[in-house]
Design a protein. Structure first.
Length: 126
């Protein structure tokens, strides 16, 4: 069998962070859900069973948490920083999908949150 595509993903990571346009949001904070999907060739890891032949989702989680801890006004900025940090740490990642949602945005009509989804291609993939 030959591997066609492969992805590593982290789904539904929960954070409390201080992002927002309004000053109060940056003081009080809000709860966020983050999901990531990384396109990466895992063919070698399938054979070797070695973490060095793949992308560690534990490391990806740590990188995302570090970026979530840096306050920003816009979720677009936060999502991009997370993807950029992952791509710099793991240049073999070909593409990254980021889904970042503010669970309780300051809008009365929003019951499931509001956020941003990015699909980014790593133009520096070896």
């Amino acid at each position: 069998m030959k591997l066609k595509d492969s992805y590593i993903y982290l789904s539904g990571l929960r954070f409390h962070a201080n992002h927002g346009v309004e000053a109060q949001e940056r003081v009080v904070g809000n709860d966020y859900l983050l999901s990531l999907r990384l396109k990466v060739d895992v063919a070698q890891a399938m054979l070797t069973d070695e973490i060095t032949d793949t992308v560690s989702y534990a490391v990806v989680n740590r990188l995302a948490a570090e970026e979530m801890a840096v306050p920003s006004q816009l979720l677009e900025r936060v999502a991009f920083r997370i993807a950029d940090r992952i791509a710099r740490h793991y240049p073999q990642v070909e593409a990254i999908d980021v889904d970042l949602r503010k669970i309780n945005p300051p809008m009365p009509q929003c019951s499931d949150g509001a956020g941003v989804k990015l699909h980014l291609i790593n133009d520096k993939t070896p």
